[in-house]
Every structure is written in C-alpha cells, then in structure tokens.
Design a protein. Structure first.
Lengths: 243, 344
C-alpha cells in the first residue's frame, strides 16, 4: 500500500473541513477524488501534502508516517502535486520552473546545475513545452501552465502525484491532450495518481477507483461505474428529487 | 581534482563535487566593460579629493545594496534596515580598535563573527514575520540601535561618534592614501558583486528566485525554504557588517547618527529602487547615481532633505524597473525576478 490516511480531520475554527476520513491507495492506482464544491477535496490534498496540519488522524506513505511533516519533507518522501489555479514561479522561465523540481524534489547532492537543467529539459519535452523553455511562466497559456505544473511535479521523482482539477478552464481539445498527458505519465513513469476532478467523463474513463467526499466526510468509495449509480452520490451532486 | 571545458562552461571536479563557471562572452562582456570603467574612474579624478570621496561613497552604497539585492530576493521580503548591520560592523570595529588598540585586520574577524551571530539571531524573523511585518521590524531595528547609542553614550559617544579608529592604510602622502582607500572600496564592492553574481547563477540563485516568486510552492516542490531564507539573511548580513567595518576604518570615525537613521536607509533604498529592485548590476548604477545626486543636491542646502525622498517617490512611480530597467527594455533577458512585497 502506498498511501494510508487514517481518521484524518481538519478543523478551521468551528468548521470541520475534513471529518474523520480514512482511505488507502495502492501502488500504480489512479484514484479519483470527487465531491461537490466545498466537500473538502483540496483540503484533504493539502493535508496529505503537508500544506495544512491535520487536527487529528494519521497519514502514512509507504508505511512512513508523514503526519505533521513539512511539505518539503513530504515531497522528498515522494508526494508531489499540482494546483487548482496554476501556481508556477511566474518570473522564472519554464526551464527554471522545472529545474526547481529537479534540484529540490529528491536529494541529488552530486548533480550540477547544468545537469539539473538538462534533466528539466527532458521533462519539458515530455509535456511538450521544450520549445517554450525560455519563456517566462507568466507568459504561458493556461494549458501550458498546467502542463508545466505536471512537468514540475514529475521532476521531483514522486511516487504519488496529486492532481487538482487539471481540466478546469481548458477547451475540449486541450482537455483531451491533458488526459493523454496524464495517461502517458502513468505509463512511462509508473506514478500513482490521486486526481480531483469535476468532469465525470474524465473520472469514468481514467480512474480505477473513486472516493466521494461530502461535507468533509467520505460517503462512498469503489469503481467509478458503481459509485456513479449510487443514489447517495446522485443526491450529493444533484440534490433531492422535488415531490 | 580536475578541470573540464564544456560548451561555454568550465567545470571543476573536486572529488564528487562539481563546480561550474560560465565563460560565455555574452555573460561577462558587459560586466567587464563596466568594471574597466570603474577602475579607470579614480585615475581620472586623482587630484580632486571631493570626487574621490564621492566615488568611495558610491562604492560603499553599492557594497550595501548588492548583498541587499540578494537578500531581498532570497528571503522574499523587503528589508528596510540593512544599516543595522553597518552599525554592528562599524561599532564592533571602532570599539575594538579604540579600547584594545586592534588594527583593521584584527577587528575584521570579530566583525564577521558579531555580524554572523546577530544575523543568525535575527534570521528566524524571515520565517516568522511575513510581508509588511518583516519590513516594519527591520525598519525599527536600526532605530532601536540608534537609541542604544544615545542611552549608552559613554560607550558609543552618541552624538559625536567614536573617533580615533585605526586607519586601513597609512601613507605619508594623503593623496595616495585616498586613492588606495578608493580602490579598496571598489575592490570590496567588486568582490561582493562577484560573489553574489556567481551565487545567483548557481542553484542557490534559483532557490532564491523560487522563494521570491512563490515560497509556499517552492516548499511543496521540496525546497527547505526556512533553511535557505535564514542562510541568505545571515550571509548577506555578514557582508553588510563588513561594509560597516570598512567605513569605520576608512573614516577613522564612526557615529550611529550617520549610519543608523532613516536618512541613510532612504539613500540605500534609493540605490536599490533606482538600480532596479533585485538587480545586482543595477545596484552599482544606482549607487553612483545616488552619490552624484547627493553631491549635486548639496547646492540646495537644507532643501536637500526634502528633495531626496521626493526624487525617490517620483522614481518609484515613473521608473518601476529602475534605471537598469531602461537598459533591460532594449536587451531583455530576465534571469531573476523583481522584488515584490509579500502580503500573505
């Protein structure tokens, strides 16, 4: 088992953003994390990645407890992520953005700066951004920024990548390219994916398993086809039937 | 240990460690032209003591602004009180020289040590205080130090300052002494420029730029931001402390009232802003501009004190990228980000 989350809760003042959630992810799995807006999906991701500290509960990666560790240590243990609203280093070039991931993600004390940049070029080529390596990240399009985030996440050589709504704001053509990119990431780098997504078609086609959150609680988990026909899930997404 | 020449780079292998030095002409041509100009400048004015002291002042301003440019990028925050470390360096050197009779090279080690200790003690501020809070704290620090120099007048000679500090060099000819001191200030500034320039071209520069841009994201990417911010603050504080040491031994007098108040901070801020925030070479341009402006404004007498901040304000609004920014508009090559005040 790669990731194990045990009874994790997060309180923001009086609000329980994540309420006693437990889940596990096996190596090589693609797990979808779905739920209506405000269900606590991103908060859960922040807890796993160390950006927030859990109020209670424990998180383990490869049986190593990561609860309470700082994000940089968790990243070095093998968890990487992308953001719902892309957050590249705007004033750095695309190459330098990925270079940060290469140099910081995994301890490589003997890797020189130019070797790191060479490695970063490889990841940029993988996501199709090699031609824009010298472009400042702030000058990239939304799709390119999302690709850059994926390249940066890959560059840290993670075991688990958490993808937060990579499809948001993309047109259908870009969305299908993004799906293809994630699929290739899994095939070539054998990473495990935890994927937050609102577009159900993507979840249905891509994931092995789906976890559903509502009001911070886990309400369902299982194969996408089963979960999507669960009346509880339909209610959570569409509300109760009137009359 | 062995050397290797790769495309545009010299690589030094020290065991498993690899150190690289970029030798591409496009990287060093313009800086070398600038350096040659700065070396020739004192020779042009060797018989004009006023201009020699102006050049020395400009070098001192630049020597403070260069590490400050690295610091502000590397910690992602605006430091409004770099002169605190000028005070630490200056007073340490002065007290040791006057009371123990130490020469400049003896006091240097202690100055480095004191600056290191104070830098380390204050460095956690870079992780605790964010944005404007950090700026406010650093603004207050030198003012508190100034108060201390007044409270403990016997020790620091508040108003008049400490005098009788051993000079850096002793020559029979005052003109030669002035030229040597001028070149020493230039050497110190160029040494800082070289150190910071090479540092910022390395992985440390990349980490600094990442912290400056998005420190939370940098941490998520695996960067130990607290370590790098504290390290950056401490090293640059030591560098600024060394400038204080130079000033004390160069002038023979060191007064808190000269270097610790807001007026001196405004000058350094003006150097940074005119040069272009976060720009190393811009800091040199800004320093010479400010030193010349200071000289020119003396003809206005007391109005000088109002004109200085006024010019700062005008430049803030009209030249957001500083004077160096004008050059970069034509030769656009953005290696490192410009500084911004972090609000989160």
């Amino acid at each position: 088992m790669l990731l194990r989350v045990e009874n994790v809760s997060k309180l923001f003042g009086g609000l329980k953003a994540v309420d006693d959630v437990s889940l596990s992810i096996e190596k090589g799995e693609i797990v979808g994390l779905i739920g209506p807006n405000g269900a606590g999906k991103t908060t859960l991701m922040n807890l796993i990645g160390g950006s927030h500290k859990a109020t209670s509960g424990s998180i383990f990666l490869d049986e190593v407890e990561t609860t309470g560790l700082r994000p940089n240590k968790i990243c070095r243990l093998g968890i990487s992520r992308t953001f719902q609203i892309p957050r590249p280093f705007p004033d750095l070039t695309a190459l330098a953005n990925v270079g940060v991931g290469v140099l910081c993600g995994k301890s490589r004390p003997h890797m020189s700066y130019s070797e790191a940049m060479l490695d970063a070029s490889h990841y940029l080529e993988f996501v199709g951004l090699f031609g824009k390596r010298n472009t400042l990240a702030k000058d990239l399009t939304l799709f390119e920024m999302r690709s850059l985030e994926l390249a940066r996440a890959l560059a840290t050589t993670p075991k688990l990548i958490m993808i937060d709504e990579v499809m948001a704001g993309l047109n259908p053509g870009e969305a299908s390219r993004a799906i293809g990119l994630v699929r290739r990431m899994i095939e070539e780098y054998h990473v495990t994916i935890l994927w937050i997504e609102h577009i159900m078609k993507v979840i249905m086609e891509t994931t092995d398993r789906v976890i559903v959150l509502q009001y911070g609680q886990k309400i369902a988990s299982g194969p996408p086809r089963e979960v999507i026909n669960d009346p509880k899930i339909i209610e959570a997404y569409l509300g109760e039937e009137i009359a | 240990m062995r050397f290797e020449h790769r495309r545009g780079r010299l690589v030094f292998h020290l065991g498993k460690l690899k150190l690289e030095y970029t030798i591409e002409p496009r990287y060093w041509r313009n800086p070398w032209i600038g350096v040659a100009f700065l070396i020739l400048l004192p020779l042009l004015f060797w018989n004009k003591p006023d201009y020699m002291s102006l050049i020395s002042s400009a070098n001192v301003y630049a020597a403070i602004a260069i590490p400050l440019a690295w610091q502000m990028t590397g910690i992602g925050r605006m430091n409004f009180g770099p002169q605190f470390f000028v005070g630490i360096g200056g007073f340490s050197a002065a007290l040791l020289s006057i009371h123990l009779g130490w020469g400049p090279w003896q006091t240097l080690g202690v100055v480095v040590l004191f600056s290191l200790v104070f830098g380390l003690l204050l460095s956690p501020l870079t992780t605790i205080a964010k944005g404007l809070y950090f700026s406010l704290i650093t603004l207050i620090l030198p003012l508190m130090f100034l108060e201390v120099t007044f409270v403990f007048t016997k020790m620091f000679q508040g108003e008049t300052g400490l005098s009788g500090i051993a000079p850096l060099f002793r020559f029979d000819n005052i003109r030669i002494e002035q030229i040597v001191a001028c070149y020493f200030s230039l050497g110190l500034m160029l040494l800082f420029l070289l150190i910071v320039d090479q540092t910022l071209r390395s992985r440390i520069g990349l980490f600094a730029a990442a912290i400056n841009d998005e420190e939370d994201v940098a941490e998520v990417c695996g960067l130990n931001i607290n370590f790098w911010k504290m390290l950056c603050f401490t090293i640059t504080s030591v560098m600024i402390g060394i400038v204080g040491w130079f000033v004390a031994h160069h002038d023979g007098v060191f007064a808190g009232i000269t270097y610790l108040p807001l007026t001196f901070m405004v000058k350094i801020l003006l150097v940074v802003i005119i040069g272009g925030r976060g720009e190393l070479y811009g800091a040199v341009v800004g320093a010479y501009f400010v030193a010349i402006l200071e000289k020119v404004l003396t003809i206005f007498g007391a109005v000088n004190y109002i004109l200085f901040p006024l010019i700062l304000l005008i430049m803030l609004f009209t030249l957001r990228e500083g004077l160096y920014g004008l050059y970069r508009q034509h030769k656009y090559r953005e290696y490192y980000p410009t500084m911004k005040v972090r609000k989160r």
